[in-house]
Structures are given as structure tokens and as C-alpha cells.
Write a protein that binds this ligand. Structure first.
Ligand code: UDP
Length: 309
């Protein structure tokens, strides 16, 4: 198939591009490199089945000679530090960027896939989070540019289907990690690994009892591929690894695995930081046969190897 990927130079986007090419698809990748990195696509420019276009999807899209079978939107800053530094860009890419890619899908009659997020559930009041939960989001808080941007995008997609009949598939990504995360992207796993490897204090925000459920990037790509290929698809779908861990346990595991002498330094918990998060993936299991395979320890080992290299 001929596939367009928005956000192709990002952490998850670039891994997805690799997989799409491995599966024999032809890929056009768009990215404005605001948080993505061209080196994530290293070597792909030489291939005849891949083309990179340095472009902000908030602007009118280039005119493509051919039409696309699938349009996949992964374009958005995803680290809290990043999106709080560039909140307006984050809102616009979820709004205008999503609209522009939806319009392309509409023109080409393409299937539209969209990366939403566990952040649509905010600081959740039900646990684990099911797709039916409407969430607990502060609409004017520091995370709102991301959370509300993604919620707006979901509404836009639902209404593009209703008004224009665009066939769309929304998946909600829970915390995902692995090689190609930027060392300075501010998320917990790059921070802890970088700190552990350099012997600097491990910065735990709050008391470290807050939880997250970490999914290795290869498992996430399996899920996105299954979403794309499923014969039928209904509503938004959680994708993530339901194995939940506290941030303190994560810090201890990384210190142990890297044989680090780093101490733990407790810092203030950022405003509106979700206290708990775990995906209920029953829907993904039953509808697309999704099952994460990589344990936290194995995934961290592969990520540490990347950061060391
Ligand atoms: N966190 C931390 N130390 C860090 C970075 C993050 O304790 O150096 C915490 C953060 O407060 C949150 C969790 O780790 O509770 C996950 O943060 P991250 O930024 O990776 O992603 P989030 O799930 O909040 O979007």
C-alpha cells in the first residue's frame, strides 16, 4: 500500500516507518523536526520506497502526484517537557495538522489512523482505564495543550466520519519507551537512564508512588500495525502494556540494571501529574489480537544499550 506517516521522524513514527517498509509498503514521511530527529530515519532516503518531506502539517500539504491508501497521524510533541515548552504548536498540530491530514484522507478515500493518548483520561478516577471512561482533565492546566488538543482531535475525527464519511481508526497510546527516545526529552525513562549512566542523582518527582505502565516500542508498533490491518474497527482503542509499576520501582530497577552509584533525589511533583495509569487492553486483545510481549526488564536493557551507544 501507499502510506503517508505524519510525524515520521519521531520516536514511535520512525519505528513504524521501519516496520511498514519491512512489510513491503511504500512510505512518505512528513515531519517538521520540531521534536523529531532526521537521524531516526538514517539510511532510508537512499531507498526507492521511502521519501521524507520536511513539512509542518499545520500548513497546506504538498501536492502529491499519487494518492494514498492509508494516512497515519503520529505528529505531535509527546513529552510533557516538550509540549509545555511549545503549547501552541501542540494545540495547532492536533487541530490544524489533524484537519489537514483528514482532508487528504478524504480526498484520496484513504483509511485514517490517528495516535491519541492515555492523557485523554487525565488524572483518572477509574482504574485501569477503559475506552468508555471520559477522563478527568484540567482544561486550563499545564498539560491541557496536549490533553485537550488530543481530545479535540478525537472529536474532529468522529465528526469527519459523520459529515464526510472518512474511515478512521483512533488508538490511545500509553507510556511507550525504547531506542530513539531523545536523551533530553524529559520523560522518565530517558531521564533515569541518562542519570544512572552518568552517576547523577535520579530525579523522582513527588514520592515516587505514582504509577505508569510502560510499553516497549516494538510492541506498540505491533499494535499500530494490527489496527491498520484489522478488517473492521470500532471506536478508539487503548494500546499499551498493562503491567503497572511505581516510579520508585522503575528508578530502583534502572539503578540496579546499570550498576549505577546514583542516589535518589526527590523533587516537587509537577502540577496535574496523573497519580495512576494502567491501560485496560481487553478491547485490543479481543478485536485485534494485541498482546505486548517485551518485559520491562528486557525493554529497558535494549534501551540502555541504545543510550550507551
Ligand atoms: N518523572 C520523574 N522524574 C523524571 C521525569 C518524570 O519522577 O525525571 C515522573 C513524572 O512526574 C510522572 C512519571 O515519571 O509521574 C512519568 O513521566 P513522563 O514525563 O515520562 O510521562 P507522563 O506519563 O507523565 O506523560
Amino acid at each position: 500500500m501507499n502510506i503517508l506517516v505524519g510525524g515520521s521522524a519521531g520516536f514511535i513514527g520512525s519505528h513504524l516507518v521501519d516496520r511498514l517498509l519491512e512489510c513491503g509498503h511504500k512510505v512518505t514521511g512528513l515531519d517538521n523536526l520540531i521534536t523529531g530527529q532526521k537521524e531516526n530515519l538514517f539510511g532510508l532516503d537512499a531507498r526507492g520506497d521511502f521519501r521524507f518531506v520536511d513539512h509542518d502539517i499545520c500548513l497546506p500539504l504538498p501536492q502529491f502526484a499519487e494518492s494514498f491508501d492509508v494516512v497515519i497521524n503520529l505528529a505531535c510533541p509527546a513529552s510533557p517537557i516538550d509540549y509545555q515548552n511549545i503549547p501552541l504548536e501542540t494545540l495547532w498540530v492536533s487541530a490544524m495538522g489533524t484537519k489537514n491530514l483528514l482532508e487528504l484522507a478524504r480526498k484520496d478515500g484513504a483509511r485514517f489512523l490517528h495516535a491519541s493518548t492515555s492523557e485523554v483520561y487525565g488524572d483518572p478516577l477509574i482504574h485501569p482505564q477503559t475506552e468508555e471512561y471520559w477522563g478527568n482533565v484540567n482544561p486550563i492546566g499545564p498539560r491541557s495543550c496536549y490533553d485537550e488538543g488530543k481530545r479535540f482531535a478525537e472529536s474532529l475525527i468522529v465528526n469527519y466520519k459523520k459529515v464526510h464519511g472518512v474511515e478512521s481508526r483512533v488508538f490511545r497510546i500509553f507510556n511507550t519507551y525504547g531506542p530513539r527516545m531523545r536523551k533530553n526529552d524529559g520523560r522518565v525513562i530517558p531521564n533515569f537512564i541518562t542519570q544512572a549512566l552518568s552517576g547523577e542523582p535520579i530525579t523522582i518527582y513527588g514520592d515516587g508512588k505514582q504509577t505508569r505502565s510502560f510499553c516497549y516500542v516494538d510492541d506498540m508498533v505491533d499494535g499500530i500495525m494490527a489496527v491498520m490491518n484489522a478488517p473492521v474497527f470500532s471506536g478508539p482503542m487503548n494500546l499499551g502494556n498493562p503491567k503497572e509499576t511505581t516510579i520508585l520501582e522503575l528508578a530502583e530497577l534502572i539503578v540496579m540494571m546499570t550498576d549505577s552509584g546514583s542516589e535518589i533525589a526527590f523533587k516537587n511533583l509537577p502540577q496535574d501529574d496523573p497519580r495512576i495509569r494502567q491501560p485496560n487492553i481487553n478491547k485490543a486483545r479481543s478485536e485485534i489480537g494485541f498482546e505486548p510481549k517485551v518485559s520491562l526488564k528486557d525493554g529497558l536493557a535494549r534501551t540502555v544499550t541504545f543510550f550507551v551507544g
